[in-house]
Design a binder for this molecule. Structure first.
Ligand SMILES: [Zn+2]
Length: 141
């Protein structure tokens, strides 16, 4: 991912996202509030609207929807293909607030055993047509 548009495109009901919150208040020191990380676990996207989306979140034993605003371009960094970090302003500077990492579901190719994103495997469970052919027609070349 490189843009907010890429991020929006990947959001869909059922998609899983691992969230780390970076502004859990741990205490206070001479300079002010001290923040730490809180792992929010893997949550499932429930709704995607034009300016916000929701994540299913367990709170006190009940499933609720957490509403998230889409960030502005200046408020994000893309850490890798699956990870976006969102910044918020704190005392005049932008500091990390949330990291969202898309959790891909992986599976093994039935022929070569390679580890693939499930979207890349065929319905029959192969990483490509060559593996399909090798598996069903091993003697042909
Ligand atoms: Zn394969």
């Amino acid at each position: 991912m490189q843009t907010i548009a890429d991020f929006k495109r990947r959001l869909a009901p059922g998609v899983k996202i691992h969230t780390i919150y970076h502004q859990k208040i741990l205490g206070r020191d001479a300079k002010g509030l001290v923040f730490g990380d809180e792992d929010k676990g893997i949550r499932t996207v429930n709704r995607v609207l034009s300016t916000q989306f929701t994540l299913n979140t367990m709170r006190n034993g009940n499933m609720i929807e957490s509403w998230m605003q889409f960030p502005k371009a200046k408020e994000v960094k893309f850490l890798d293909e699956d990870t976006i970090q969102i910044y918020t302003e704190h005392e005049g500077s932008l500091i990390p607030c949330l990291t969202y990492k898309f959790v891909n579901e992986y599976g093994h190719c039935r022929n070569c055993g390679c580890y693939c994103n499930l979207e890349e495997l065929t319905d029959e469970g192969f990483c490509g047509s060559e593996c399909y052919d090798d598996f069903f027609y091993p003697d042909e070349d």
